[in-house]
Design a protein around this ligand. Sequence first.
Ligand code: HEM
Length: 494
Amino acid sequence: MELGGAFTIFLALCLSCLLILIAWKQINKGGMLPPGPTPIPFLGNLIQIRTDATFQSLMKLREKYGQVFTVYMGPRPVVVLCGHEAVKEALVDRADEFSGRGELASVERNFQGYGVALANGERWKILRRFSLTILRDFGMGKRSIEERIQEEAGFLLEEFRKSKGAPIEPTFLLGRTVSNVISSVVFGSRFDYEDKQFLKLLQMINESFIEMSTPWAQLYDMYSGIMQYLPGRHNRIYYLVEELKDFVASRVKKNEASLDPQNPRDFIDCFLIKMHQDKNNPHTEFNLKNLVLTTLNLFFAGTETVSSTLRYGLLLLMKYPEVEAKIHEEIDQVIGAHRIPSVNDRVKMPYTDAVIHEIQRLTDIVPMGVPHNVIRDTHFRGYFLPKGTNVFPMLGSVLRDPKYFRYPDTFYPQHFLDEQGCFKKNEAFVPFSSGKRVCLGESMARMELFLYFTSILQNFSLRPLVPPADIDITPKVSGFGNIPPTYELCLVSR
Ligand code: HEM
C-alpha cells in the first residue's frame, strides 16, 4: 500500500475513535446512572427497543437488568423504574426530587413549558395549586361536578335508547359525554352532541392520543432535534394540537368579552380574574399562554383517558358476562331501577367498585406513565442521577406487579375484595400515578367512572356481536397510551 493511502486510513481511524469518544462522553455526561444495555452513539438502544412496542421492549430488558435500569432513547438516557417498590421509592418516598416533568418532545413543540401538565418549577406549582382549587370546589359554586356528571350520563342514556338494541360503535358517544363534563367545568357549558365543531374537536383529541402512541411519536421523542425539520407523519400531532389551541384561545376571547368578575362561570373566567388581579406583576404565571395551555391540558386529559377506560371496560364486561350479572345484582339491591346513581352509593357497592378498579388495572391506559425528571442531583439506590435526568415510571409494571396482584394478567375483580366481600385497597393500584405529579383529575375521573358504569348497567344489558370467548382485548395501539380495540355492541334495555 502506498504511504499516502495508509496515512489516510490511519487518519480516518483516529477520527472515528475521536467521534466515538465524544459521543460516549456526551452520553455519560456526569452521574453514575443505573446499568443497562450498552448504547451505540447516536442510536442509543434503538436496536433493543422496538418503537412500535416500547413498553414490551422495556419489560424484556427488565428481565436482564432488574427493576431500575438505564436505556438510551436515541442519544438521551432515561432511567426506567419498574414494579411497585421502585416506583414508590422514587415518586412517593423521594417525591420532591422526582417531581419534574420529563421531556415529551412530540408535544413540547406546542407547549414549550407552559400549561400545568408540562410545566416545571414555580410555574408548575402555581398552576397546579390553582387548577386543583378550581376543580375541587369549582370556584364558581352552583352545581357540583357530581350533578354535571349525572346530567351528562342522562344524555348518554337517551342516545343509547335511540339505538333500540341495534349494534353501535361507542367511541364517539362515550367521548362526547365524557368531554362534556370537563367542558362544563372549563368552558362553562356543555356542547350539543351534534355540534359540528365539538365533533371535530373530539376527533382531533382522539387522533392526537393515537398519534402520540405511534412509532413516529416515539422516534420524534428521540430525535426531535433533526425530525422537527423533516416533513412526514410525525408532524401530525403538532398540527392537531395547534388547532385545539386555537379553539381554546377563541373560547378565552369570548369569555373575556362577557366577563363579570363577581360571577365567574368557569375555569377560564377564574383564570382571567386572577390575570386581572396580577396585571401589575411582571413575573406572574397568570398569563394568556398558561391560561390557554392549562385549559387545553384539562380538556384533553379529561376527555380521552376516561372515555378510553369506559370503552375498554364495556368490552371487558362483555367478555366476562358473569361479572356484568353480579354488577346488575348489586345495582338492583342498592340503587334500584329508578333512582339516579350517586357517588354515595359507591361505599355500599364493593363489588362494582372492585370491578372498576380491576378494569383500570388491566386496561392500563398510560402504561409508561408520563415522563418525569429529577429536579436536582439525586442519589437513588446507590446510583447518581444528575439534575434533569429523565425517568419513566412504568405504571403498567406496577399494575401487574405479581407481588401485589395474585393473577397479574387476568381480569380478576377479587384483587380488590377481601374474604367477606368488602372492598380491599391495594397500594400498587396506580393508574393515576402517585406522588406530587399524581393525576390532577383523579377524583373527578373516579366519580365519572362510577357514575357512568352504574348508570349504563342500571338501564342496559351489554350484548357483544361475537361470543364472549372470541372477544379480543388486545389494544389497537400500544405506545404512550393503550388504545382499546374498535368494536360494536348492542345495548338492550333492562
Ligand atoms: C381514567 C382517567 C385518567 C387517568 C388514568 C389519568 C392518568 C394520569 C396520569 C398517569 C398522569 C401522569 C402523572 C405523572 O406525571 O406521574 C396524569 C396527569 C394529569 N392528569 Fe390525568 N388521568 C385521568 C383523568 C384525568 C382527568 C379527568 C383530568 C382533568 C380533569 C386529568 C388531568 C390531568 C392533568 C392536568 C395531569 C398533569 C398533572 C401534573 O403534571 O401535575 N386527568 N393523569
